[in-house]
Design a protein around this ligand. Structure first.
Ligand SMILES: *Cc1c(COP(=O)(O)O)cnc(C)c1O
Length: 498
């Protein structure tokens, strides 16, 4: 290995290089930037020769060139511990053809959202990294969640030796089921805290803690180091590249596309992590044409792709797709680094402007590179109608996030007449958002609560109730802390001083 290591550097400051283990442990760079791979490795195999590989083998092939300082058996062991029986289907990520498109179901993991795809492996990558770097401290995972990350991270880290996990979620910004999933989390090392504020408040709070050298030093003296399970961690981003290859190979295998044929990908987007992974897949050599970035009414990204101006100066709207209720999409910074051709001063300037003025505008040269993407958005009504339409016409249930993707896909095809085959990423199970889904189908369901609707949904769709949903209502609430956004640091100190 040695010579062939891939290094990571910050999007903002120094050119200091980090190995993947170091970047995974640190989560975020000291200067507040995000770690990016200095080059994107090319997939050095003919794609058609990879047809039929199972998910785990493909995962190894895709990830090995990013995580070069893990030995082969180390990485394979992480992969095996991640994509096992926690997933309710052997194929891990089924691709379902409906209504002229292909839905890539990434919600078959323990918490019913696509976050499981990465958060089932991150804890193992992190623990292995700590061993390899001879770290003596306990790792404390700090995470802000708009709903799905929190539960997936809790599941992944619960009772993992040498780690603690503290999750902050916006009290009023997640669904009842999401909240219940988190508040009933077992595990001696798990802490769940509600914030009076929205997701951006929670995310900003966590970021500030990472960027606070004095606090971090103090904690290190107490034998704790902080790391992140948010999608800013490279150990979360890279595993997400795998399923784009998987979907493509599946289409090849089924004869839906020819070797080398390009496809489009539509991703319901929030923090820009999932779609950035698609961009990385494309950079690795996967034949992808347009990456269609789908926003809900918080359409900062849609506006950005249409104008080159990223402007967060607007009210956050709460929608039926809460995991996308985000105004600051952190991972976009990685893409800016890429299209600026690694000019960290330029990225810092833009980020500074966003922070100080609330917006930034990319340079004309960068603007030319926006065209690999198409940005669109769905209104609430449109998302609701599409849930109903898809169900009535094909008996297929989609969740509100996936519905946003579907609406934006339809609009894109209408506007462009682009006939390229398209994979729509289905990011959550409809069982996670029973109220919004069932009420979209018929008003008669308004009289039931989230939990009653689980069974009704199972009857209507003829789908089994997913394991994580059974008995959710009767599980004891194990976490009770609520705090202001200004108190996050002191809560952490409290937790860690026991
Ligand atoms: C997190 C999440 C998203 C947004 O993904 P990003 O990587 O943040 O863009 C979309 N849908 C669901 C269900 C999610 O949990």
């Amino acid at each position: 290995m040695g010579e062939n290591n891939l290094y990571y550097q910050s999007t903002r400051g120094s050119k200091k290089r980090f190995l993947s283990t170091e970047a995974i442990i640190k989560g975020i760079a000291d200067d507040g930037g995000l770690f990016v791979p200095m080059v994107i490795p090319r997939i050095n195999k003919d794609l058609h020769k990879l047809k039929g590989l199972d998910y785990k083998r493909l995962a190894y092939l895709v990830m090995k060139d990013f995580f070069t300082d893990y030995k082969e058996d180390e990485l394979i062991s992480c992969i095996k511990q991640a994509y096992d029986k926690k997933f309710d289907t052997k194929v891990v990520a089924p691709l379902i053809k409906k209504r002229g498109a292909y839905f890539l179901e990434l919600y078959h993991g323990p918490t019913l959202a696509f976050k499981d795809m990465a958060l089932s492996i991150l804890p193992h990558l992190l623990r292995k990294a700590a061993q390899k770097l001879n770290l003596k401290q306990e790792i404390v995972i700090l995470t802000a969640t708009s709903g799905d990350t929190g539960k997936a991270a809790l599941e992944g880290f619960a009772n993992l030796p040498g780690t603690k996990i503290i999750v902050f979620f916006p009290q009023e910004g997640v669904s009842e089921i999401q909240k219940r999933q988190m508040l009933t989390q077992k595990g001696e090392n798990t802490y769940v805290i509600g914030i009076r504020g929205n997701f951006d408040d929670a995310q900003r709070g966590v970021k500030q803690i990472f960027e606070d050298p004095i606090f971090n030093e103090k904690m290190e003296e107490k034998n704790f180091i902080f790391s992140s399970a948010n999608s800013i961690n490279i150990g979360r981003l890279i595993p997400q590249i795998v399923y784009y290859f998987y979907a493509y190979l599946n289409l090849l295998e089924r004869g839906e596309i020819k070797v080398g044929e390009k496809i489009n990908i539509t991703v319901p987007t929030g923090n820009f992590g999932n779609i950035l992974a698609a961009y990385y897949a494309k950079s690795m050599g996967l034949p992808l044409h347009k990456l269609i970035c789908a926003s809900n009414e918080n359409k900062v990204l849609a506006d950005f792709f249409n104008t080159g101006i990223y402007d967060k100066r607007r009210e956050l709207v709460r929608t039926i797709s809460p995991s996308m209720d985000i105004l600051v999409s952190s991972n976009l910074e990685r893409w800016l680094w890429d299209i600026s051709e690694g000019k960290t001063e330029q990225v810092s300037e833009l980020m500074n402007s966003l922070d100080k003025k609330g917006f930034y505008q990319v340079t004309p040269k960068m603007k030319n590179k926006l065209e690999g993407f198409s940005g669109g958005f769905a209104r609430e009504e449109e998302a609701r109608n599409s849930i109903k339409e898809v169900f009535q016409e094909s008996g297929y249930l989609i969740d509100p996030h996936t519905a946003v993707g579907y609406v934006v896909y339809k609009k894109y095809v209408n506007e462009t007449q682009d006939q390229t085959k398209t994979v729509i990423v289905a990011t959550a199970s409809p069982f996670k958002f029973t109220t919004s889904v069932m009420e979209s189908i018929s008003k008669e369901y308004k009289k039931y609560d989230d939990f009653e609707l689980i069974e009704k949904m199972a009857n209507l769709s003829q789908l089994p109730i997913p394991p994580g949903m059974k008995d959710l209502k009767n599980k004891p609430i194990l976490h009770h802390i609520i705090c202001d956004k200004s108190e996050m640091k002191s809560k952490i100190t409290e937790i860690l001083s026991y």
